[in-house]
Design a protein around this ligand. Structure first.
Ligand SMILES: CC(C)(COP(=O)(O)OP(=O)(O)OC[C@H]1O[C@@H](n2cnc3c(N)ncnc32)[C@H](O)[C@@H]1OP(=O)(O)O)[C@@H](O)C(=O)NCCC(=O)NCCS
Length: 329
């Protein structure tokens, strides 16, 4: 095998839109309550993008913050990989819009759609490029504007989601000296494609007046099925990625923020307490591909990960897809 370049996370950044939407907003037009939402999900509020603010706008700010944190310029980038299920357009990719607005003149750019596993998929893809010596500095982003794709008449799904973006800059570990990526996982099971699903707008069901009126362009969920899958995969991925390491080495667990109860059930299955886990679902709800990089960025800026400690990031979502990354800070 060719020599593998060790890859590190040189910097992180995140951004959430200004508009705060508390649970009480939903009480005004839905048969729901703040109490139900908090008890069943842990969510207290979320952020919604302003009119006209799209996924590339959120991505751009998160990316600029990550570059600044890494001490790099946009011209240094060789590649941009952006995970999203809510792109600005079906065509072209949101990564290209970010590439242009950042001024990353030398960078190739593409999106990956792995739904809530989008950031982990972008991160693991970027890692593979740097490790193989095909790129040196890669910007990876997870960003969503889910508020545009929720059916405000469907109480079982619309209360779950929010908007936001997070980003990380990858570079050779020898250059940046931190956040070494030790291991990665990715998997898929398309037989569960309709657990989390947006039927309309693609080649299967192109938009028509009827399909729009029937709300085919909104996210639909089989919440209970996802719940069971999520608890199993979250705990199995964490166990798999940290196998062989002493538990005292683990500094931080950054899980996809899908439901506070799912995180708690996964930790219970692992026999772990919640002292090392990053939870911000109460503030931002589920921002799909953006949950992991926002949580990582906030935890790092808060100084929650000591030098030399391990950090495990895990996510799962529509596809079905799942993935994880183990780093040493
Ligand atoms: C959606 C989710 C919060 C529902 O929680 P739950 O405890 O499983 O609740 P249930 O679906 O069993 O519903 C319980 C009852 O609450 C009702 N309910 C659902 N949404 C409600 C709301 N917003 N307010 C009040 N009641 C609600 C249901 O209609 C149901 O009523 P019924 O018993 O009369 O039929 C939970 O299943 C979940 O988080 N799933 C994963 C979410 C997901 O797929 N995220 C995206 C992928 S990453």
């Amino acid at each position: 095998m060719a020599h593998r370049v060790r890859v590190g996370i040189a910097g992180t950044g995140s951004y959430v839109p200004e508009r705060v939407v508390p649970n009480s907003e939903f009480e005004k037009f839905l048969d729901t309550s703040d109490e139900w939402i908090v008890q069943r999900t842990g969510i207290r509020e979320r952020r919604f993008a302003a009119p006209g603010q799209a996924t590339s706008d959120l991505s751009l700010i998160a990316a600029q913050r990550a570059l600044e944190n890494a001490g790099m310029k946009a011209e240094d980038l060789d590649l941009i990989v952006l995970g999203t299920l809510t792109p600005d357009f079906l065509l072209p990719s949101t990564a290209c819009l970010v590439q242009d607005r950042l001024g990353a003149k030398r960078a190739a750019a593409f999106d990956c759609n792995a739904a809530c596993t989008g950031f982990i998929t972008a991160l693991n893809t970027g890692e593979a490029f740097v490790a193989a010596g095909r790129a040196k500095r890669v910007l990876v982003i997870g960003a969503e504007t889910l508020s545009r794709f929720i059916d405000l008449k469907d109480r079982s799904s619309c209360i779950l989601f929010g908007d936001g973006a997070g980003a990380a800059v990858l570079a050779p570990y020898d250059e940046c000296g931190k956040g070494e990526i030790l291991d990665t996982r990715m998997g898929a099971d398309g037989s569960g494609y309709d657990f989390i699903h947006m039927r309309g707008g693609g080649s299967r069901l192109p938009p028509t007046q009827e399909s729009v009126e029937q709300g085919e362009h909104f996210i639909r969920l089989k919440g209970r099925e996802v719940y069971r899958f999520a608890v199993t995969y979250m705990s199995d991925l964490i166990a798999d990625l940290t196998k062989g390491y002493d538990p005292s080495e683990l500094g931080l667990i950054v899980p996809h923020q899908v439901n506070r109860r799912i995180i708690d059930a996964a930790l219970e299955r692992l026999g772990m307490d919640d002292s090392k886990v990053v939870v911000n679902i109460q503030d931002y709800a589920n921002t799909s591909a953006a949950t992991v990089p926002i949580a990582l960025d906030e935890a790092l800026r808060a100084g929650r990960l000591d030098k030399g400690k391990l950090c495990v990031m895990v996510a799962f979502g529509a596809g079905l897809t799942w993935g994880g990354t183990l780093i040493r800070w």
